[in-house]
Ligand binder design. Sequence first.
Ligand code: FE2
Length: 305
Amino acid sequence: MEFRPLHPDFGAEVIGFDLQRGGSAAEVAALREAYDRHGLLLFRKGGRVSPERHVEIAGWFGPPAPIANDADGSLVTVLQNDEAAGRLELPFHSDLTYTADLIDAICLHAIAVPEGGSSTTFVSGAAAWDRLAPALQAELADKTLRHFYNSRLMVADWPSFAAEHPVRLVHPRTGRPILFVTQNHAERILEMDEARSRAVIEDLFAVLYAPEARYQHWWELDDLVMWDNLAIQHARTEEAHPRSGKRALQRVALARVGFHELLARARAAEAVQAGTGAEARRPGSISAASAAATPKAPAIMKAGA
Ligand SMILES: [Fe+2]
């Protein structure tokens, strides 16, 4: 097994691994090590991966969780371009950074690719941090970013999501600092006034999303890509319209908290903020009550790729 770099900063193609039957202890150890080193692993031409095998492969890198909103507890979902989440252009982001419990990783497997091609573009927040001038690194080292997502723009009865995370996020496993600021959900650096925050965030975007910082992956049928959702950001730089052909990506995510729980927590937080959260403030009342009341919503969370 060998690893061929996809971009000078991050990403590697895995060569010489049997995606259908591989997975010895030694292979898994080598894959984990490469995953932490490169942040993104691409397996090409490994054949169609069953949902069960997909969960098994993703599980080598951490515990999977049901983080999509369009399934009832399923670990495997399919992101399709016949719905908004699978079709619309998406600015750079990491999935669900506007929640307190960050998603560790995302694993996508291409089960339908339009004839004209379809891509997902990636950048490395870890590499971006390393590229910042030392003075800016020092200034940002203790700063906090508020991440925000107004999901009401898509579904009227959903809460807004907001969470605060360090601008300089230290990866919990590798210890590597990550510039954890995203185009889609960065709202405000809390320790700065509005104007300074906006100016700094724009400067950070210029570093993060410079053309040479990007790796654009053009999907081929049966590709499987596994990436670190903390270190790596992704974007869909153009709409994947159904008239261009069917696009379907089978998806497994690694996380500690499922999506319906995150939704319940966001509802509770919003209720508390609005001063109407008497029930939500009572310990133990949040999950069951709110989750049970959660309507089955269309798949519009910005968890696409
Ligand atoms: Fe996404």
